[in-house]
Design a protein around this ligand. Sequence first.
Ligand code: HEM
Length: 146
Amino acid sequence: MTFNPTLIASSFAVVEPHGTKITKYFYEHLFDTNPGVRSLFARHMEEQEDRLWNALGGLVANLEDTETVVRILRNLGARHVAYGALPEHFPAVGASLLATLGHFAGEAWTPEIEESWTALYGVITATMSEAMTEAAAGTAQSAHSG
Ligand code: HEM
């Protein structure tokens, strides 16, 4: 399954004017449906909300440039090891992200758009998870030898 960068960018543009309401909705949805991940988020939530949204915006702006997207996602994935995030958390986060985008896009949310975001989230999950697993293995190895 591949994603359509034009559909991703146009739907992101529809949602974007809602500003910080979007990320608030996202975290409420995530913590309501998966209370177990709440304790991983130590940082001041408002700061975290901006960071997540900026990261998504950075991805959407670079979708035509696969190398940049992969680099962003690998770096992001490697940093997530320290946050206690695990590859198995990705489906929950993806479900909340899609529910949030759908909520704010309203009538503009079509099956094609949903399919594209699902495919993009598949790429995000695969790339971040791979980098997380590698970074975690590297940490374990250096802890072992040192
Ligand atoms: C679409 C996928 C995701 C994106 C774009 C994303 C983005 C971010 C960004 C930008 C930060 C700020 C720190 C940094 O830049 O390194 C962050 C922190 C964090 N993320 Fe993610 N993330 C994603 C998926 C996940 C998943 C699946 C989890 C697992 C529960 C997770 C848990 C966390 C935690 C716990 C923090 C640290 C919060 C704190 O410092 O209190 N993220 N994320």
